[in-house]
Ligand binder design. Sequence first.
Ligand SMILES: Nc1ncnc2c1ncn2[C@@H]1O[C@H](COP(=O)(O)OP(=O)(O)OP(=O)(O)O)[C@@H](O)[C@H]1O
Length: 251
Amino acid sequence: MTEQLPPVLWMRNVDRWYGDGSSAVPALTDISLDIAPSQFTAIMGPSGSGKSTLLNIAAGLDNPSKGQVWLAGQPFHELSDDRRTQLRRDHIGFIFQAFNLVPTLTAGENILLPFDLAGRTPSIEDRERIDYLTQVLGLKDRITHRPAELSGGQQQRVAIARALAVRPHLVIADEPTGNLDTRTSREVLALLRSAAQEYHQTILMVTHDPVAASYADRILVVADGRIAGDYPAMPATEIARLMVNLEVGAA
Ligand SMILES: Nc1ncnc2c1ncn2[C@@H]1O[C@H](COP(=O)(O)OP(=O)(O)OP(=O)(O)O)[C@@H](O)[C@H]1O
């Protein structure tokens, strides 16, 4: 019998609406979700369907209007801001479009920042992992540069190295390959997949790209703020067909 590990992320009957009364806009409606350890999940859906809202709530960056969100067995929805920040710091690595790199730090210092924040000195194994990541991500000769001296794609790669170096339980990625060329995109997606398979990290990734989603072992489709589909791994061509059908159905 396979052991059932408790979910890393657990959401129950989550609603999120903006505004009040008759002018309230529902962004998410009745979302219930279990994300298992080591699972690589892609979240897809049309523009405005609620993907970013879902990611922000999963990361404890936003509050549900109703319902429960548990991360690593802790009730995110009930915690103080300080406890949430600590929970995020201990468990989540972020790869967001806005990169959130510290402008005064070099690329190398930005990658080491999560260790500093956790008050942890990188071990030999951590150093080897950072070396490997900077090598694969083509950052070796950019390590002493500050973000302003890097291209958008290079900044994104620094953010990816930073999120993976400390090996957080959960990696939350919003269009992680959005600024990257095809070859680098494939490298990043392979890195995410190996983070799940070899390092047992859990990956939650929003993407519009069927090729990116084909690296995942679960595909969640969000439409009109609801989970409209929950699928196992699929080839990119099938995912593309699914998305076209969804958009045609909604038109
Ligand atoms: N701060 C806000 N105030 C009011 N409405 C908002 C706000 N943020 C999001 N919304 C609305 O919530 C819905 C979901 O938005 P969300 O950004 O989650 O969609 P998305 O699927 O990530 O879109 P995209 O793929 O275009 O990034 C949209 O109708 C959006 O207009």
